[in-house]
Each structure stands twice: as structure tokens, then as C-alpha cells.
Design a protein around this ligand. Sequence first.
Ligand code: ATP
Ligand code: LTN
Length: 331
Amino acid sequence: MNQDKKTVFSGVQPSGNLTIGNYLGAIKNFSRFSDEYKTFYCVVDLHAITVRQVPAELRRRTYETLALYMACGLDEKKNTLFVQSHVPGHAELGWILDCYTMFGELSRMTQFKDKSQKHSENINAGLFTYPALMAADMLLYQTDLVPVGIDQKQHLELARDVAMRFNQIYGDTFTVPEGYISPDTMKIMSLAEPTAKMSKSDPNQNAVVYILDSKDDIMRKFKKAVTDSEAEVRYSEDKPGVSNLMTIYRAFTGKSFEDIEAEFAGKGYGDFKLAVGEACADGLAPVREEFARLIADKAHLEAVMKAGAEEASYYARRTMSKVRRKIGFVN
Ligand code: ATP
Ligand code: LTN
């Protein structure tokens, strides 16, 4: 599609306050592609309604997620920033891909199994076909690369399978996307239960550090973080709490695990947790400041999402006309 540049696409759901898991695992990496790639970063509101949302909150969080993209360094002039429901091609291609995605494949998705357990009162068809819509997001832009956390790997593989299946039936139509999973921060764990993923929808507020938390909250949460009884700062699989804190500390300071072990040799967890909290709060401070500035100017955010949707629609329409022709829809 774009002769010289390859394409990057990623999305975040406006389904809650964004966490340092979303930040380190996904958003922080987005800006590294802005120069070399044609980049599409989307606020995926269609995905968010697979779980019941309060309308006023969904609307507010859609603005907030866009503002956070920008506060995390995504320049609207270098990246196409937009809202999924503003580009009808997502829903349209999502339906079409539903018809090329197997019931058995969708049944195996661990996110579906988790979420249908968590929301047993609302196991709707959209929750089930979520991955086909996600495939549509990527395939609509002929995406080459998709930066995400490791929890999305299964969905990515399904998208690749669907793309290849479609291409096999109709001839070359879609670029088959590859995941970009940053190995250092692919899965940030809960501070309360370090064997589980940190998740924005976790009801335990102490388990989760939000990007927009105040410094006091951040310090308090790290202070309470679950560790172990050894009092030794060392990276090891059997020390999930300490290892997770080391991962977060490394991400915010650039120090290696060896450096961190040396820095805290002979010291207790108290000092260590304080240092992690400081590094995290300091690292997020500029994002918080920039966010406050951006969120105050709704008109600007609306202009950004409008321009983004227009730009994205141009590429989406190109793919859709190809898809319609291949399938045999009358023009
Ligand atoms: P929810 O709790 O509502 O399922 P979530 O916190 O998983 O949401 P998403 O909007 O589904 O957030 O994810 C946005 C991006 O953040 C995805 O690329 C996802 O892989 C990444 N991500 C989410 N949580 C983490 C985490 N704990 N560690 C690393 N990456 C993460
Ligand atoms: N399912 C993703 C969000 C998402 C996405 C995408 C990510 C929707 N569409 C396309 C990458 C590419 C999640 O993080 N839960």
C-alpha cells in the first residue's frame, strides 16, 4: 500500500484507567516506529463494549486514551491517531472475517475463557468473536508489525491464520502481520499477586499502578507490593514479586539486572521498593504533566481524532474495495 514504508498498527481499549503494564508492554514502544513506519494507533472502542461500559465513562476514557497516546510521545503529525468506531471498515471487515474464522479456533482463546469467567452474566457473541474484529483492525491497513504485550500473542496468531486462509481462497489480499513483543516488558505482573498479569480491570487498586497515579499513590502501592521472605534482591523465577519489581525498575532506569542486584546487595526490600517507586513516579511525571495539558483541550483532541479517522479511512477503503471484489459482492 505504502510503497516505501511498512505499516504498524496497534490498539488499546478505553475500558479503564491505563496501567504501567499497558505503558511498558505497549504504548511506550509505539513511538519508536513513528519515523520508519506508517503508524496507525487506534482507541478500540468497539472492542471495549464486549464488556458492559457506562456510556459517559466510555466517552471520557476514549478522550483520555487518545490524550495518553499523545502524552506518551505520539505526535499526531507523525502517527495516525484515531478512534475505531469512526472508521466503519473495522466493523464491516470484522463481520466478513467472522465468516472465515472457525468456532473451534475462537473457543480456544484464553482471553475469551478468562473474560467469560469474569463476566459470566454477559457472555455475549462479541466477546467470542473479539479476535476476528482484532484481525480486521490489522488487516484493514495491510499491517506488517503489531506491537503488543505477550497476552495478545494468541490473538495475533489467529489473525495470521485468518489472513492466510483468506489469501489462500481468494489470492493475495492481506499482508500477514507479525507481532512485536518487547522481551523486557512483555508481561508486567500484579503487585498483589505477582503470578497474575497486571490488568486495568483488576478490582484490587493496590495491585495496579495507573499511569496517572499521583506520586504518593505510586509510592504507597510499591511499598505494599508482595515480595517474599528472603530479603534478597535477585532475579529468579521462584521470586515472582521481586523479579517483577526488578523488571519495572529496569524499564524505568535502564539499569541491568546485575546492576540492580549489586545496588541492593545487603539492603532490605524497604530501600528497594522505595527506589522502584521513585523511578516509576519520576518516569511517569512528564507523561502526567503532558496529559493534564492535553486533556484540558477537548477541541484539539477532537480535531486530532477527526483528522486521524480521515487518514485511516482512506487506507481502509482501499482494502475494503479489494475485499469486496474478491468475495464477489456486487460493486
Ligand atoms: P483488560 O484488563 O480490560 O483486559 P488490559 O489491561 O489487558 O485490559 P488492553 O487494552 O487489553 O489492556 O491492552 C492494551 C495493550 O497493553 C495490549 O498490547 C496488551 O498486550 C498490553 N498489556 C496489557 N497489560 C499488560 C501487562 N500487564 N504487561 C504487558 N503488557 C500489557
Ligand atoms: N485486543 C487488544 C487490543 C486490540 C489490538 C488490536 C491490539 C484491539 N485490536 C489490533 C493490536 C492490534 C488488547 O490489548 N486486548
